[in-house]
Design a protein around this ligand. Sequence first.
Ligand code: CO
Length: 218
Amino acid sequence: MTDQEKYDKIFEANKQWIEKNKVDNPGLFKLLVADQHPDFLYIGCSDSRVHPNQVMGLKPGEVFIHRNIANMVIATDLNALSVINYAVEYLKVKFIIVCGHYGCGGVKAAMEHLDYGILNPWLRSIRDVYRLHQDELDIIEDEEARLRRLVEINTYEQCLNVIKTTEVQRSFHENGYPRVAGWVFDINDAQLHDLRIDFEGELKKIKKTYNITGKASK
Ligand code: CO
């Protein structure tokens, strides 16, 4: 198949998808036009092998999605922060999930001592996670096992970054949601692993330093 044929096939597949849903899922399009009320915000890696709706078994309209290289939540990234703000303040999601995956190319690149050009500042944030947990990571001799552990730790740290945001702290205080969870998807067997983050415990710890829900005076 030529590249152009691959491209054209998308529109053919779209038509087939519409026809299939008319039969299997008759109310779907009406539901989509009406509004979106997803319970979940999913923050995951851009990796083409990890598709949030498929991984979670959810239909269109059921999960709000943000993806970037290595599922990062960086304090100055207006893109990620805007998604979190919208999801919490307007969609009122009940869960925010950060989902990493084993075999993550972004995390692997951060472990290599190579110049990745424009990617360097992005990878720096992952290298910062490595530095923060260097004692634990350095003693893992097997490189594959070390990469797997860094994927888990990075996912955990990005959950903490979500908890550090004002929106999450304030909304949880006022409404009892959203809760933040960390998952790792295994591309070898398609299983989802829950890192079982102690959300309320972490929130309490984080508030000691990052509680920014008070009003700043001039
Ligand atoms: Co990845």
